[in-house]
Design a protein. Structure first.
Length: 148
C-alpha cells in the first residue's frame, strides 16, 4: 500500500463513501462508485483518518442497518416475479424466485443484525443487573416448614 497517503481520499470523497454505505451499499460498491479500492480505503481509515472521520464511518455502518432492514421488508413484500405463465397461459409458481427472495431476506436481516445488534439481533439480552449492570436484583428464597 505504498501509494496510499493522507491525501488519498478527499473530504468530499469520504463523505460520499459514508453516505453510500449509510444508504445500504456494500463497502465494495461504495468504494467502486467513488473510484477507489475498498482495501485502500480501509488502510487510509486505519492510518490517516481523524477520530471524527472514524466516528462518521462507524455511524454510517450503524445507519446502514436500517437500510438493510428496509430491503428485507421490500424483498419479502415483492411478489411480482413469483408467478409465471406457461405458453398456453396457465399460471405456475416460480419456486426458484421465491427461494432466492427468501435467501435475500435472510442476508439482509443478518446484515442488519451485524451492523446494529441492539436493534436487529434475534438474541435476547436478559439483564438482571439493573440499569447498566448496577444495582443487581436481590433474589432470595424463604422456605417455611409447618406442621400439619
Amino acid at each position: 500500500m505504498g501509494n496510499i497517503s493522507p491525501e488519498y481520499l478527499t473530504t468530499e470523497q469520504f463523505d460520499e463513501y459514508c453516505e453510500l454505505i449509510a444508504d445500504g451499499s456494500t463497502t465494495r460498491k461504495a468504494a467502486s462508485q467513488i473510484g477507489k479500492a475498498r482495501n485502500h480505503i480501509w488502510f487510509w481509515l486505519e492510518n490517516y483518518s481523524t477520530e471524527a472521520q472514524r466516528n462518521q464511518y462507524a455511524r454510517s455502518q450503524r445507519i446502514s442497518a436500517e437500510a438493510f432492514a428496509e430491503k428485507a421488508i421490500e424483498t419479502a413484500e415483492d411478489d411480482s416475479l413469483d408467478i409465471g405463465f406457461t405458453e398456453d397461459g396457465k399460471p405456475y409458481v416460480k419456486g426458484e424466485n421465491i427461494q432466492r427472495s427468501r435467501l435475500k431476506v435472510d442476508v439482509y436481516k443478518w446484515s442488519a443484525a451485524k451492523k446494529d445488534p441492539a436493534r436487529y439481533s434475534d438474541k435476547q439480552d436478559i439483564n438482571l443487573g439493573g440499569q447498566n449492570g448496577t444495582n443487581p436484583v436481590d433474589m432470595s428464597l424463604t422456605v417455611s416448614f409447618v406442621k400439619p
